[in-house]
Structure formats: C-alpha cells, structure tokens
Design a protein around this ligand. Sequence first.
Ligand code: GDP
Length: 200
Amino acid sequence: MSTYQNAHLLLSAAAPSQFPADHGAEVAIAGRSNAGKSSAINAMTGRRALARTSKLPGRTRLLNFFELAPQERLVDLPGYGYAEGPREQRHDWARLIEALSSRRSLRGLMLVIDARRGVQDSDEQLLAWAQQHERCVHVLLSKADQLRRSEGRALLASTQAQLSGRAAVQLFSVRDGTGIDEARARLAGWLQQEKAPAAR
Ligand code: GDP
C-alpha cells in the first residue's frame, strides 16, 4: 500500500535561496551516510525508490525537498560525514541547515541512527542544533533487525537515558518492518499539525 501515492522530488537546493516557499508543513530527516536514511524515507512514504534521487552523483550535498502531499514536505538533509569533510563542505552544510531552522513550516527532525553504532558525535551536533532552535526530534534506531530482541530493548532504554528528553526514540527496521507504523504516524502527525499560511 502506498502511503503518499503522489510523493515526488520537488526540488534540490544547493543554497537557501533555492528553498521552496515557506508555507505548509515540512519535516527534515537526517543521518550519517549509510545509516539507512534512504531506506527509511522509502518505507515511511510507501514509495520504494523515492529517495534514490538523493544518491545520484552531484546530489549528495544538496537538500532534497520531497512533496508528499499538497503543502506537506519531507526535507532530506545530506548524509553527514560532514564533520569529517573538507571545511568548505562543512560550511555549506551548516549554512543550509541554519537557513532551514528558521523556516516556519519546519515541524520537526527525524534522525536516523544505526542501531549497531548508537549515537555518535555528529548526531549529537544535530541534536544540539535542534535544541538550540527548539525543534522536536524523533530518533529512528535503524537496522533493528540486526539486534536480538533483548538487545533492542536494552538499546532503546539506554538511548532514551542518553537523550534524556531531548528526543523521542524508537526501534526501526525496513527489513522486518519493526516500527514503520510508529514512524509513519509521527511523520503524519507532524505534517498534519496546523500549517503555516502562505505569505501575503
Ligand atoms: P543512507 O546512506 O543513510 O541513505 O542508507 P541506505 O538506506 O542506503 O542504507 C544503507 C545500507 O543499510 C544498505 O545496504 C541497506 O540495505 C542497509 N539497510 C537499510 N535499512 C536496513 C534495515 O532495516 N536492516 C538492515 N539489515 N539493513 C538495512
């Protein structure tokens, strides 16, 4: 079943001036490269190849805005790694997310973290950014199928303790379906909150 049957890439932005108009609602999604972000986007939207665009050569450092439904967007942030990247790229990335943070339509951030790695420094940087801008964060502990059930429960508890109220956390796997409904519900809940009106 397709959740967002008409989801499509709206635009890819290399600079804040290229962002779409700031009305409606949008949710950002971020994660380290290889954390499972593209797989999560595809699973949550019910569109198998939606996030492929984000991986095309030349697009990996852009902010990709997907329109899921009228006035409802998912903003795919470049997979970081940025903290280790060349200074210039780090600067570009910082500039893009600073601009994103001031958008009225931004409802929250989904952060995809590989369950086998746990919260890394680069994730902490993004959490700090969200806190600074008073943005809600929802963490997907991805590839949960790689853990035993008891390990998953323990990881969930320890991550909740580590984040201590800075974010909601859940287990997630596209392989065995763990937590997909929960993640979809959070995404839809955020996107359906009162929408920012169009600028006059
Ligand atoms: P991205 O770089 O963050 O967009 O990550 P991808 O979605 O491309 O996934 C990176 C790798 O992790 C790929 O080899 C995926 O097949 C694998 N992967 C993604 N989600 C899962 C999952 O739920 N379980 C397992 N076992 N592997 C996954």
